[in-house]
Each structure stands twice: as structure tokens, then as C-alpha cells.
Design a binder for this molecule. Structure first.
Ligand SMILES: [Zn+2]
Length: 516
């Protein structure tokens, strides 16, 4: 049955150019979006950028650029990077887009009409880097932010507040649903936070010019979350029609899933649903908070000089290698540690040797002994082929795994099928069988089965590694049905007698002599 499936990455903050963390989130969402499309669903895959705030204003000033010019440059670097990585997003939202302002105005008016906006006073020590007030700094004379190591600024201002405290029961009920926040460890963290009692939060700033003006409240601009989160809605309404909240339910809202880093889970799983309820809109179905990447056991940072630049990585390693490592080795949800030796080993063993060589050598044998074509099998009506049974299991593991964002389990299942096909081939040893007369049909059956396993590996890899998948299928002279892969996932798709093109390696080995 066709479903509407809307998924989002976070809207990345354009303070600086994209890093590996945002790339990791975006790759995972891309794999999920590709999978959902192949399952026959109507997918809207949203990504974009959050472009307002004092931090951006100051970063731009420091470079003697206007904030808009700064945003244009950084936003372009995101768009270029996603193009290079082959990201298949359907929408890209910028929060400086005029249509976004129209939407934020309408949303605010609804929330204000619900009586959920109040004026309040806010004083305290503020970090511009974090864009938030810090609670009771330890050094009260010249306190600094523990994250940014920069002096905090004393603020005393009138802000508009969203009455989050009114939504205590609704939010408790929502997060009690086991499938709303995943993984489970993160759900417990949020339940703990909510149980301490929800406090109203400030949604505007005064004296910040680089932001959207709050309608009818002169001098106020919207503060980050009341602007950025609404970008998901603006993106959905960016379909040629008018910007009207009433159109959202025909445009793919509520989102099936927001995929985010664990640091912004509270805003997505607590603040955001309350804001939506206030505006009379449905809440997202699911929020998934994934972990962070370290490198060789260390946090990545400019001061340590160990940042992995996603453009650099792509130049040196290629998209298949990186996608495989990030999706296959790290449990999505947990933190992951980027280790160069392990990265090289996995790519070379899994993709070049196990998968690439299997296809290459089987196809060479078939061409040599069976007229450069797919061998003619004789199938037994009573008995399923051993590899057919294993392939059926693999298909069901991968389909369930991908739907649950278990990219690691799915990748490992595909790899396992390739390993089993290798073992089968080595045990049957067609190169010996062919030396004696009368074994031709048996060899034809064996090679057909192994090629068929290769075909399924290539099909199943499609959402995870679209480029490698395409090279594998091309080697077998077949294509995947982009609308619905169900038929492609059945055993027996190769047609005996169809020509096999001359094989060439589908995956080059990584040879990294220096640290990345
Ligand atoms: Zn800070």
C-alpha cells in the first residue's frame, strides 16, 4: 500500500561550512529516503539551513560581510556538498526565503490567538555561541561559557515567551508512546527532563536585527527555535501552492520522522510538539536522535586539528567507501568512532573482495563457458536452491532493518549473503568440475545461482550505496525498478541466455598511506 513518507534532516546552522557530523545525518536520511521510495511510498525528503541569529550576524561582521552574503556563501557550500554526495533530497529550505517569513507569521498568529504567548522579563548571563542563557555561572565576576570558552554577556531584556508549561500532560502522554522517541535510551532522557516540570521558554530577542520580525511586537525578532523548526513546514508547502497552514495535511504533514543529532532532541521532542498543538496542527510521528562521531577516540575539533572535511574525504575515498563505513560500522543512534585502519579494512574486505570479486569471477566463468551469457539453469520443482533460501531471509532482514533505521544490521545481512555465495562457489569449485565431461549442467546451475545472489546483493545495496549498486547491475545488464522493487527482490530475476558484458572491477581498493 502506498504511504506518504516525509522525512527531515535538521536544518543546519550556517555559522560555518558543513562538517562530517551533518554529512553523516544526511547520508543516513538519504539511505532511508531511497529505501522508502523503492518500497513504493510517496516520499518527501527535506533538508535545508537555519540562517538567522546573532551568532551568524557576528560571524558575518567579523568577515566584513553582510549576514545575507555570509548565508549565501555557506548555504551554497551545503548545496554543493549534497550534490557531490548524490543526496536525493526533494526539498531544500532556507529560513531566509520570503515564503518562510509568511509561514512563521501565520503560525505565530495562531499560537498567540490560542493564548500561548506572554511577555516576560529575562535577565542573566548569555552565551552568543550557544544562543542561550546559562544557569548560575560558577565564576560570577567574569563568567565564561564552558563550551565556547568565551566571556558570557549580561542581558536584561523583555522577551516574548511560549507557554510550554501548559502542555505538561499532553507532552507526557506523547513521549510515553514507545515509538515517538528513539532510540529508547534517549526517550528515558527526555522523560526525565519532562518529569521535572516544563517551563515557558523565550521565543524572541530584542536588539537582534538578523532575524524575522515578530508581527505586532516592535523591536522583537524570533529566537532560533520558533523560526528554524517551522522550516520543516515551509519546505512542505514549497510545492508551487500558496503558503497556508491549512494546506499542510495534503502536503505530507505530519512528518513520518525527524532525524536529528542527540543535542537537539529536547527541542524536537518537547518544544516542537507543544508549539504544533498550540497552532492546532498534528505532531510528527517520530523523532530519532542519533549519536556523535569521534575520530580515533578523540572529539573532533578545530583546536585539535583533527577535523575530517567531507569534501576532502570524498576526493580521497569516494562516496561508496564512506557511505559503507558510516552506515555499516556504526549502530545508528549510538556514538561512533572513525578509525582509518578499520575504514580501509572494511571497504577493501567487504566491497572490493567479498562483493566485487564474487561478481567479477562468477561473471568471467559464465562468459567463458556459456557463450558470454547467463547460463541456462534447470530448476528442481520440489526443492528451493540453498542460496535462494538464504536470499529470501536476507531480503526480509533488510526490509525490516531499513524501515527501522537499522542500517548496520541491513548492511551486514547483505554482506552475509555475499559471503555465503562465496562459500558456495568455493565448495562447488566449478573450475574443477568443468575439467571433467558431463558436468556442464551442474556448473550452469551453480553459476546461475551465484550470479542471482550477486544480483540481489546489487539490488539490496541500492538505497545504501546507489553508485556501487548501479555498477553491479550494469555488469549484469539489468536495471532496478525505481518505483517499486518488490519484483526485483524475488529469486530468479536473471534470464538465461541474456548477454553478460565483459566484467571490470566494480569497486577499487582504498590505499591510504597518510592519515586522512
Ligand atoms: Zn557557549
Amino acid at each position: 500500500m502506498t504511504m506518504t513518507y516525509t522525512l527531515t534532516t535538521p536544518l543546519y546552522y550556517v555559522n560555518d561550512k558543513p562538517h562530517l557530523g551533518s554529512t553523516y545525518t544526511t547520508i543516513a536520511c538519504d539511505a532511508l529516503a531511497r529505501f522508502q521510495r523503492l518500497e513504493g511510498n510517496r516520499v518527501t525528503f527535506i533538508t535545508g539551513v537555519d540562517e538567522h541569529g546573532q551568532k551568524i550576524q557576528r560571524t558575518a561582521e567579523a568577515q566584513q560581510l553582510s549576514p545575507q552574503k555570509h548565508c549565501d556563501l555557506i548555504t551554497k557550500s551545503y548545496q554543493d556538498l549534497w550534490n557531490r554526495w548524490g543526496i536525493s533530497n526533494d526539498r531544500f529550505i532556507r529560513t531566509t526565503a520570503p515564503r518562510h517569513k509568511t509561514l512563521v507569521d501565520e503560525f505565530f498568529r495562531r499560537v498567540e490567538a490560542s493564548g500561548d504567548i506572554r511577555i516576560g522579563h529575562q535577565t542573566g548571563w548569555y552565551c552568543v555561541g550557544c544562543e542561550e542563557y546559562k544557569e548560575e555561572p560558577t565564576d560570577a565576576i567574569s563568567p565564561s561559557c564552558p563550551i565556547h570558552q568565551k566571556p558570557l554577556e549580561w542581558r536584561d531584556e523583555q522577551n516574548l515567551f511560549f507557554r510550554l508549561s501548559r502542555f505538561q500532560t499532553e507532552i507526557e502522554d506523547l513521549i510515553a508512546q514507545t515509538d515517538f522517541i528513539s532510540p529508547a535510551s534517549r526517550r528515558h532522557e527526555i522523560q526525565n527532563f519532562v518529569s521535572q516540570g516544563l517551563k515557558d521558554f523565550s521565543i524572541s530577542r530584542v536588539n537582534v536585527s538578523w532575524g524575522l520580525p515578530v508581527p505586532d511586537h516592535q523591536g522583537h525578532t524570533f529566537y532560533v527555535w520558533f523560526d528554524a523548526l517551522l522550516g520543516y513546514l515551509s519546505a512542505l508547502l514549497d510545492d508551487g501552492g500558496p503558503v497556508e497552514l491549512d494546506r499542510l495535511n495534503q502536503s505530507g504533514w505530519p512528518a513520518s520522522i525527524h532525524v536529528i543529532g542527540k543535542d537537539i532532541l529536547r527541542f524536537h521532542a518537547v518544544y516542537w510538539p507543544a508549539m504544533l498543538l498550540s497552532a492546532g496542527l498534528p505532531v510528527p510521528k517520530r523523532v530519532f536522535g542519533h549519536g556523535f562521531l569521534t575520530r580515533e577516540g578523540q572529539k573532533m575539533g578545530k583546536s585539535l586539528g583533527n577535523v575530517l572535511d567531507p569534501n576532502d574525504l570524498l576526493d580521497k575515498c569516494g562516496v561508496d567507501a564512506l557511505r559503507w563505513y558510516l552506515l555499516r560500522d556504526f549502530q545508528f543512534g549510538d556514538d561512533g568512532d572513525f578509525q582509518q585502519q578499520r575504514f580501509t579494512d572494511l571497504v577493501n574486505n567487504d566491497l572490493a573482495n567479498t562483493i566485487g570479486n564474487l561478481l567479477n569471477r562468477t561473471s568471467s566463468m559464465a562468459r567463458k563457458w556459456f557463450n558470454e551469457s547467463i547460463p541456462s539453469k534447470i530448476s528442481s520443482p520440489q526443492e528451493k536452491h540453498l542460496l535462494a533460501v538464504k536470499a529470501e531471509d536476507t531480503v526480509s532482514i533488510v526490509r525490516n532493518g531499513m524501515a527501522s533505521l537499522e542500517f548496520k544490521q541491513s548492511s551486514e545481512a547483505i554482506l552475509k549473503l555475499a559471503i555465503e555465495a562465496n562459500v558456495y562457489l568455493n565448495e562447488k569449485a566449478p573450475w574443477s568440475l568443468m575439467k571433467k565431461p558431463g558436468n556442464e549442467q551442474e556448473v550452469a546451475n551453480d553459476l546461475y545461482a551465484v550470479l542471482e545472489a550477486c544480483r540481489l546483493v546489487g539490488i539490496l545495496l541500492n538505497p545504501l550505496l546507489p553508485d556501487l549498486s548501479e555498477r553491479m547491475l550494469k555488469q549484469l545488464s539489468i536495471e532496478i525498478d525505481p518505483i517499486d522493487w518488490s519484483k526485483d527482490l524475488c529469486w530468479g530475476g536473471l534470464i538465461s541466455g541474456d548477454p553478460l558484458p565483459p566484467p571490470s572491477p566494480v569497486m577499487e581498493k582504498l590505499e591510504l598511506s597518510d592519515p586522512l
